[in-house]
Write a protein that binds this ligand. Structure first.
Ligand code: UDP
Length: 376
């Protein structure tokens, strides 16, 4: 008889949710994490009373009521709605995602039919250009963007941002990345189409601490330093780390993107007037600036705290010793991942989950949903 039913490797959202539900089902769990804190990349650090998203902005959004009810049963969420502003190469500010406000700012069009006509003419141009080369279906992000939204928006709001974020040319990136972004014919600046959206009241650490309440956890503990031991004490391993590392990189290393942050504290209550500003010009080295207090304070409450904290995000290639954030789902990496995945499918005693173990650009809600389904 093993000491534990599950050794859960990684105290991020997948690991913490898994531990929570397994514990509720009477399973014996231990969570280990190599970092000095739990929460993975949703961990926040409190600076001057502000929850700073240490590993990049996280905004919870879902249309799945079961997921929303579940996270709210751990900690109530606020009504934050993400509405980023983009600073474009032409020096203008635009509303995101692409909606009637953006089209008005870009072209002066005032009605959905005017906007549709403008978009249609730009899309037709792109489709015609591709047709000359015999291309009928967008093969990459650039072609996808041009046929979806046209040249003006692609050049002002997509190209520079995407190439900075991924460190690769738009014509070398998969089309699906851009399909995450809505295109709307209404004056609606809500970045997400989902029914529910918000931030845990009191910050993400409340969510993680709530999920891990009553569960044994060992921090500063690297699974790979003592792999045999961890495998010997549990019936099953729940692995949320990098799948290529799990298999000792036998098919080669997978690539990841990460973000370097420059965090500044200012003695001013309202620095940029919005939580998220995207810098879509290739000439500005950072992709976004985040003013963290706007995630949790609204209206004049922003002025209650004389301080603010702003982080600049510099997207960079991942190297050993950094925290990997985004899988690079280009063709080459995807093919390498498939090889690891075929091995993973054969594992009887290991469950793989989360962005790193599944090498997938997951949002938070699908992670919760996946774990809820597992225990149903
Ligand atoms: N994107 C863009 N311009 C923007 C914001 C996003 O072109 O101002 C593109 C970019 O390619 C990015 C993708 O949309 O990789 C998805 O953006 P999202 O905001 O969903 O990325 P995340 O929040 O996960 O970093």
């Amino acid at each position: 008889m093993y000491k534990y039913d599950y050794v859960i490797v990684g105290a991020g959202l997948f690991g913490a949710t898994f531990a929570h539900l397994a514990h509720k089902h009477g399973k014996r769990c231990i969570v280990i994490d190599k970092r000095s804190h739990s929460g993975g990349n949703i961990y926040c650090e409190n600076i001057e009373g502000i929850n700073v998203h240490k590993y990049g902005a996280h905004i919870f959004h879902t249309s799945d009521k079961a997921v929303w009810d579940f996270v709210n049963s751990i900690v109530p969420f606020n009504r934050y709605t993400n509405s980023p502003i983009a600073m474009a190469p032409n020096g203008q500010l635009y509303n995101m995602p692409f909606n009637m406000n953006t089209f008005y700012q870009m072209w002066g069009v005032k009605t959905p039919s005017e906007a549709k006509a403008k978009l249609e003419s730009q899309r037709k141009e792109a489709i015609a250009k591709m047709a000359i080369e015999g291309i009928t279906k967008p093969r990459n992000l650039e072609e996808q963007a041009l046929t979806l939204i046209g040249k003006d928006i692609y050049e002002q709001l997509i190209k520079g941002y995407t190439e900075k974020q991924w460190g690769r040319k738009c014509n070398e990136l998969p089309a699906f990345i851009i399909r995450r972004l809505p295109v709307r014919m209404t004056f609606d600046n809500n970045y997400f189409n989902d029914a529910y959206q918000g931030i845990p009241i009191g910050g993400y650490n409340k969510l993680i601490d709530g999920l891990l309440d009553g569960i044994e956890i060992k921090l500063n503990t690297n699974f790979f330093d003592n792999r045999k031991y961890w495998e010997s004490i549990a019936d099953k391993i729940v692995f949320t780390g990098k799948i290529d590392e799990f298999y000792d990189y036998r098919f080669g290393k997978l690539e990841y993107r990460t973000v370097r942050f420059e965090i500044s504290k200012y003695y001013t209550p309202n620095f940029q007037g919005n939580a998220v500003i995207n810098y879509t010009s290739a000439d500005i080295p950072f992709t976004r600036t985040i003013e963290h207090k706007h995630f949790e304070t609204f209206g004049d409450a922003v002025y209650d705290n004389p301080w603010t904290v702003v982080s600049k995000e510099f997207s960079t290639e991942w190297h050993e010793g950094m925290e990997p954030f985004y899988p690079v789902n280009d063709k080459r990496n995807q093919e390498t991942y498939e090889k690891y995945h075929r091995l993973a499918e054969k594992e009887l005693n290991t469950i793989f989950g989360g962005r790193l173990a599944e090498y997938k650009y997951y949002d938070m809600a699908p992670i919760i949903s996946q774990v809820l389904n597992y225990f149903q």
